[in-house]
Design a protein around this ligand. Structure first.
Ligand code: IMP
Ligand code: MG
Length: 205
């Protein structure tokens, strides 16, 4: 079961024939919907089923990165019908907008992951700098295994040698918002994944 590939042609209608019109509230800022709410729900459910099969009988600890994983994580775990523990790591970069800067840990891991099966969850795998750094930190804690699950993957942007074991959707090099993903801390609450209009970036808000 491979990740769904989303491209520009997916812009107007989804595979299921859903019309992809931007809700009125966001029409002034969001150019188009890249991944529709219903497509997300179907895909996340399938991803959870795969993870549940792979981790049945294991000692799973989900480690989610704050803040971008909020929606993805909530949807994923409600469909994960296996025992698990859950913890969070806070990482923040000083950069604002679409570029990342210096990385700081804003919340440390509290659970003991030694000898356990860790699944690191993030919103998007872009250059790979974040997951490379967090992955290295976690490995020092000697988990039995460590895998990576991301909602979105932008393969073409990769700088670091890091890959995800579970991917929701493969996307091209767009800056996207919604379903947890932000632009300058906004738009995390959109239930879909959208591409912003150009004027939003140039305002710098
Ligand atoms: P990386 O360290 O370059 O892989 O970037 C990972 C982080 O950058 C993600 O956790 C996001 O917070 C942010 N990011 C990368 N691409 C996007 C995007 O298209 N929209 C919103 N945030 C993004
Ligand atoms: Mg972010």
């Amino acid at each position: 079961m491979g990740a769904r590939k989303v491209d520009a042609l997916n812009k107007r209608t989804s595979k299921s024939g859903l019309r992809k019109t931007v809700p009125r509230a966001w029409r002034g800022e969001v150019d188009h919907i890249l991944i529709h709410e219903e497509e997300i729900q179907d895909r996340v459910r399938a991803l959870a089923a795969k993870i549940a099969r792979d981790y049945r009988g294991r000692d799973l600890v989900l480690v989610a990165l704050l803040n971008g994983t909020v929606m993805f994580l909530a949807d994923l775990i409600r469909h994960l019908q296996i025992p698990l523990r859950l913890d969070f790591i806070g990482v923040s970069s000083y950069g604002t907008g679409t570029t990342s800067g210096e990385m700081v840990f804003t919340k440390e891991l509290r659970l003991d992951v030694k000898g356990r099966d860790v699944l690191l969850v993030d919103d998007i795998l872009d250059t790979g700098r974040t997951l490379k750094r967090v992955g290295a930190t976690l490995r020092k804690l000697k988990p039995r295994s460590m895998k990576i699950c991301v909602f979105l993957n932008k393969e073409s942007r990769r700088v670091e040698d890091v890959s995800a074991d579970y991917v929701g959707f493969e996307i091209e090099d767009y800056f996207v918002v919604g379903y947890g993903l932000d632009f300058a801390e906004r738009y995390r609450n959109l239930p879909f994944v959208g591409v912003l209009q150009k004027h939003v970036y140039s305002n710098g808000k």
